[in-house]
Ligand binder design. Structure first.
Ligand SMILES: [Zn+2]
Length: 463
């Protein structure tokens, strides 16, 4: 692809809105030139309002197939743990082909709504009885193929999952396809990395499912192995999502999960702590000071009844945040931002919690923090329109009823809080247009495959 040049009417840069921005994109998909108050040159293409694309820091792709199918009462005390039974039933019905078709459709949905990168926290590894596929990274390959089909940047996070609970409890039958020893995990990771390295915009990090699923010793072994190999990729872990998990951690490890992690590992910017919902003030300050990112998944945390993240306190300590779609009942990053703020408003009975002295506009503040935090969570140069960064950007529908006549300071607030319609007209990822005029080139075919892949899954669940 030859170099492309654009003249943008209004662009959201790292230091705020700028006008008449001339942006050049190199043939390898990076921003190679950017100047403000520029004049168009011959051959420049014109764009209206442009903002950077977002990173989805936490997804379980297969769960998209069960969206809407757990919203009925099984008992009067339904919790995360009763939801998990249904989720496991789905997890054990998904074939490599179905996973690819489900993830392809999901990733197209994500792109259309503003995500340009996704970190897939991938723990489906084997056949349902726990036997490895002939290619041990078969299901990781389904995810990588899906990212290619949709055109999204992927950070694959193969998950180490060993136990069903604290105290080295053996995996349950319906967790068998998640399980690995340290040795088999590293072999799977190697094979997935080799497969991924053929596609240069993707990368592989690592994930530890949780403290309850990975004992202390293997956790240290795997982290040491990656350190020895000089692997600086992201490390993600589910942590302190549920109060039951906190209680069990105190019983088994003598400490709360976040407290234990901070005391036992040198947590830094390489780490992304998913949820971190239940923290004391000391833990909240400790995570913020560590330089790690917290991956908050507001709609999933609401859906599962997890609880609310201590946002204001954490931001006051200078903490980094990113957002994730997690269970994929919602694939819209703007809705995640809206609910992140709304949860806090409902709790505190005040408004504009995520705004601060530097940025008084709540939507802009949330978006700005999640753009930089999202990039940090995957260790990539994205989320900012800047030379040397990936050309991942969203073109807004400047002629929509919602954005017409809006002063630039209110554009992002309107996106987050002021519209239920999609205002994202086109999406560029790695310098390639994946969405133009609200459409993905292959979306009909991808949707058909999703429908056939899920037809059987969904009817099996209903029976
Ligand atoms: Zn998760």
């Amino acid at each position: 692809m030859p170099q492309q040049n654009y003249l943008i009417k209004k662009a959201l840069l790292s230091d705020g809105w700028a006008e008449n921005v001339r942006l050049s994109v190199s043939d390898d998909g990076f921003i190679s030139g950017l100047s403000k108050n520029a004049n168009a040159e011959p051959g420049d293409q014109r764009l209206g309002i442009v903002i950077p694309g977002l990173v989805n820091c936490h997804s379980h792709a297969f769960q998209r197939a069960m969206a809407g199918l757990t919203e009925y009462q099984v008992s009067s005390a339904d919790t995360f743990w009763s939801w998990r039974k249904t989720m496991y039933r789905f997890a054990n019905l998904v074939s490599p082909e179905a996973l690819q078709d489900i993830a392809s459709y999901l990733y197209v949905e994500m792109i259309k709504q503003g995500y340009t990168s996704v970190a897939e926290f991938h723990y489906l590894h084997h056949q349902t009885n726990g036997t490895a596929y002939s290619s041990v990274s078969q299901l990781s390959q389904s995810i990588i193929n899906a990212a290619n089909i949709a055109g999204i940047n992927l950070t694959l996070l193969p998950v180490l999952y060993m136990n069903s609970g604290f105290g080295d409890l053996a995996l349950l039958d319906d967790q068998k396809r998640f399980g690995n020893s340290v040795e088999s995990y590293l072999a799977l990771h190697d094979e997935a990395t080799r497969y991924c390295s053929e596609q240069n915009q993707h990368s592989v990090g690592m994930a530890l499912h949780s403290l309850r699923a990975v004992p202390a010793k293997p956790m240290s072994e795997v982290i040491s192995h990656f350190n020895r190999m000089g692997n600086q990729g992201p490390i993600h872990i589910h942590i302190a999502e549920q109060t039951q998990e906190v209680e069990q951690s105190i019983k088994a490890l003598g400490k709360r999960p976040v407290e234990w992690l901070l005391d036992n590992h040198p947590i830094d910017k390489q780490w992304c702590l998913i949820h971190a919902t239940h923290m004391t003030s000391e833990e909240t300050a400790g995570v913020a000071k560590s330089g790690a990112t917290v991956g908050i998944c507001p709609t999933t945390e609401a859906n599962l009844g997890d609880g609310l993240f201590p946002l204001r306190e954490y931001l006051d300590h200078g903490g980094h945040i990113a957002i994730g779609s997690d269970g994929n009942t919602c694939t819209n990053p703007l809705e995640e931002l809206r609910w992140l703020e709304y949860g806090q408003r409902l709790l505190s009975r005040t408004r504009n919690i995520a705004a601060n002295d530097r940025e008084r506009h709540t939507g802009s503040s949330l978006l700005g923090q999640c753009l930089t935090g999202g990039a940090r969570s995957i260790g990539k140069n994205t989320g900012t329109l800047k030379v040397g960064y990936r050309a991942d950007l969203l073109v807004l529908d400047e002629h929509s009823a919602d954005l017409s006549g809006i002063a630039k300071e209110f554009v992002v607030d309107t996106l987050v809080f002021g519209s239920s319609h999609s205002l994202i007209k086109s999406v560029m990822i790695n310098g390639a247009w994946q969405i133009t005029d609200f459409h993905h080139a292959n979306e009909l075919q991808i949707k058909e495959k999703f429908i056939s892949a899920t037809r059987e899954l969904r009817s099996q669940d209903a029976s």
